[in-house]
Write a protein that binds this ligand. Structure first.
Ligand code: PAF
Length: 284
């Protein structure tokens, strides 16, 4: 696998590959790779001739400076994992390469960014949209792979692609979980063994809610989940939402829809985690 640091070098490479008829798959990441990322890479390798991964811890999407400073950075190990997973090229730019000037463009995603992650992390999706736009322009892939764990990010990128007519196919890939249900995340690396145990409560809360979807009104499901989360030490819930799977707007009555997204965010100690499940109500 070749590691490329310069945007110009990736651009020329992709131009040549496209001229020779190759299909390019792209997996954008912030590194600290885990099995969830590797599943995206394998999906890309199965559907494209060439797979490019990027690793760039994007400062503009962090609304909390500690979260940015403490975000795990494990490039040497990541390179080994990418090589073993059959990735063809890694684009690993430094900050100057992506942001030669202070980014001033502002994105607006309307109601989609007014809820959940958008509501609790002001500026986050502006930073995501900025860097994803830049990466799409630089890497110019046919397909881009995003994990469902960041469900709202997937919806934002979909809106970005449509809004700016990017010629990129968005592929959403299911969440990869540990054996006990914890959704894989780079931030899990920051959990102590005790916090790692506590972190399974997010998935348990989602399962608790799922079991009540056809039995209880939305308000009482939310109350049950809130009571469950409040009973757990070292866990500070941020939100639990029953949302429409595409618009991500809160659902008032479950009987009005066919499918819902159950979404949760909580701090475990100092580490903020998110998770979600999609539930088809006809299959409950
Ligand atoms: O999901 C991530 O890792 C990041 O938000 C992304 C898409 C690489 C943009 O920085």
């Amino acid at each position: 696998m070749e590691v490329i640091r310069q945007a110009g070098a990736i651009r020329s490479l992709v131009q040549a590959l496209r001229c020779s008829g190759k299909q390019i798959g792209f997996v954008p990441t912030m590194g600290a790779l885990h099995q969830g990322h590797l599943a995206l890479l394998r999906a890309s390798a199965g559907q494209n001739d060439v797979t490019i991964c990027s690793i760039f811890v994007n400062p503009t999407q962090f609304n909390n400076s500690d979260d940015y400073k403490l975000y795990p950075r494990t490039l040497t190990q990541d390179i080994e994992l990418l090589e073993a997973a059959g990735c063809d090229y890694l684009f690993a730019p430094d900050q100057e390469e992506i942001y030669p000037q202070q980014p001033l463009l502002q994105f607006s995603f309307g109601p989609l960014e007014a809820v959940m992650e958008g509501e609790h992390r002001p500026g986050h999706f502006n930073g995501v949209a900025t860097v994803v736009s830049k990466l799409f322009h630089i890497v110019h892939p046919h397909r881009a792979y995003f994990g469902q764990k960041d469900l709202q990010q997937v919806a934002i990128v979909k809106q970005l692609i449509n809004g700016l007519s990017f010629d990129v196919e968005l592929v959403r890939y299911p969440i990869v979980r540990e054996a006990d249900g914890l959704a894989m995340s780079s931030r899990n690396k920051r959990l102590s063994p005790e916090q790692r145990e506590v972190a399974t409560s997010l998935y348990k809360a989602l399962q608790l809610a799922r079991a009540q979807l056809l039995q209880q009104p939305v308000a009482s499901i939310k109350a049950t989940v809130a009571a469950y989360l409040a009973s757990i030490n070292q866990l500070t819930p941020e939100y639990f939402e029953i949302a429409h799977p595409d618009t991500l707007q809160p659902v008032a009555e479950v009987r009005d829809v066919q499918e819902v997204a159950l979404c949760i965010a909580a701090f475990v100690g100092p580490v903020r985690l998110i998770d979600n499940i999609l539930v088809n109500l006809n299959r409950l």
